[in-house]
Design a protein around this ligand. Structure first.
Ligand code: NAD
Length: 439
């Protein structure tokens, strides 16, 4: 392809979403030649003009720099990108199908198209989160379409939205699932620059690699649901979940991450990945019982803030609620499965008016709620005439607000804090009535 340099590996990344764009941009950053492919014409057009379709800290800079240096380009033409590359990543979506399994139609469709375009040996890499056995399905689909040799590699991605560029460039570990040596060797070489910081590259069989990602996400979801249950018990006995959490977290064997009680987990990964591992375990006759409970607790937890508001404000009919935070977590504009959706739909159904504010997610929210809610220009405007504030996502800018200014704006100074970001005593001293989770 024009402009491709002679250094580095020639890579195509198919699917230019939260994962594909980060993966493509970061491989380019390390000196490889990367073509990003997407079927979404508008997305590709925007990227060609240097416009990043999502909010992800630090990403724009990396994309711009590497586009300018001609190591990174964008196209809708899969076949040409495949021909110009040695390694082809599949990073398309694997949404939840009706039966809870991961829907593989995009992955397998792309595999077929890659095979049809092949003109020699290629490594095909599954970057999407896919159930155990998918690499074998990819192989089967491809064998029907091409006589050229290829390796299929499973390389699950562990980046976190909100810190994706950093996570990708400095991973805790890289997992490479390969059933042949040639594919494994090329992938290990490709990742060598990422692991100079000492992060291990773990080479294993494809099935194990595929399971890693689900096991990791399911474990994280389990920690969250576990802590939400601890918070429930705290409420029943008048204990403070903050104190309990800190004590538990300082145990070396447990550690502090993902132990925060809140409004339940959301996002594009945990809900669908927990469902998928349940499903593919059940397909083999095994009931992954813990995860049934994890899901159940989470579904309850997503309604928790709404129930608290109904109980404390008596009726929500005619009330105005300021909502801080719409994205499923801070530092992203993504609202897939966001607890804010459950909460806001519940508020609207109960007859409340919603005034929302999120630093990045208004555009996403408009596609979900349209004009059924209003979008405030800043956090304080969302509180104008409000009967209460519901804090749903813990963006940094909500952590130390001007409480006097908030109080002035509100009709009644009541805060429902779904993320426990304020100290109860401090906030009471400011004259607020304050409710949080498990304390
Ligand atoms: P996404 O929806 O943001 O991106 C998917 C992209 O693929 C879209 O741009 C879509 O237009 C494109 N696409 C769909 N079909 C295509 C086709 N046939 N050809 C070319 N492009 C096509 O999804 P995402 O969040 O980037 O997730 C992608 C995969 O990575 C999923 O399997 C997900 O589970 C996994 N994953 C996601 C994260 C995360 O934090 N979002 C982290 C790790 C793994």
């Amino acid at each position: 392809a024009p402009g491709r340099g002679e250094q580095g590996v020639k890579i195509a990344v198919v699917g230019t979403g939260y994962v594909g764009l980060v993966v493509g941009a970061c491989f380019a950053e390390n000196g490889n030649d990367v073509i990003c492919v997407d079927t979404n014409v508008d997305k590709v057009k925007a990227l060609k003009r240097g416009k990043i379709p999502i909010y992800e800290p630090g990403l724009e800079e990396v994309v711009k720099r590497n586009t300018a240096e001609k190591r990174l380009s964008f196209t809708t033409e899969l076949a040409a990108a495949v021909k110009a590359s040695d390694i082809v990543f599949i990073a398309v979506g694997t949404p939840e199908a009706e039966d809870g399994s991961a829907d593989l139609k995009h992955v397998l469709g792309v595999a077929r198209d890659i095979a049809r375009a092949m003109d020699g040996y290629k490594v095909i890499v599954d970057k999407s989160t896919v159930p155990v056995g998918t690499s074998e399905k990819v192989r089967e689909v491809m064998r029907k379409e091409t006589r050229h040799p290829f390796s299929v590699v499973s390389n699950p991605e562990f980046l976190k939205q909100g810190a994706a560029v950093d996570d990708f460039l400095k991973p805790d570990r890289v997992v490479i699932g390969a059933d042949d040596e040639r594919g494994a060797a090329l992938m290990t070489e490709l990742y060598a620059p990422f692991t100079r910081t000492g992060a291990p590259v773990m080479v294993m069989d494809c099935a194990s690699a595929e399971l890693c990602k689900y096991a990791a996400n399911a474990m994280l979801a389990t920690r969250i649901s576990f802590m939400n249950e601890v918070a429930r018990v705290c409420e029943l006995y008048g204990a403070n979940v903050d104190q309990v959490r800190r004590a538990v977290a300082s145990d070396n064997r447990i550690g502090p991450s993902f132990l925060f009680p809140g409004v339940g987990y959301g996002g594009s990964c945990f809900p669908k990945d927990v469902k998928a591992i349940l499903k593919f375990s059940r397909d083999k006759g095994y009931d992954f019982r813990i995860l049934d409970a994890v899901e159940d607790v989470n579904a309850q937890q997503k309604k928790k803030l709404l129930q608290m508001m109904k109980q404390r404000l008596r009726s929500l009919k005619g009330k105005t609620i300021g909502v801080w935070g719409l994205a499923f977590k801070p530092r992203t504009d993504d609202m897939r499965e966001a607890p804010a959706i459950t909460i806001i739909e519940g508020l609207l159904k109960a007859g409340a008016t919603v005034q929302a504010y999120d630093p990045e997610a208004h555009e996403t929210a408009r596609r979900i709620f349209g004009n059924r809610i209003t979008y405030a220009r800043n956090a304080y405007e969302a509180l104008k005439g409000a009967d209460a504030l519901a804090l749903v996502t813990e963006w940094n800018e909500f952590r130390e607000p001007d409480f006097a200014r908030m109080k002035k704006r509100m009709n009644t100074p009541i805060i429902f804090d779904g993320r426990n970001i304020y100290k109860p005593e401090a906030i009471a001293a400011q004259g607020f009535t304050y409710y949080s989770i498990g304390r």
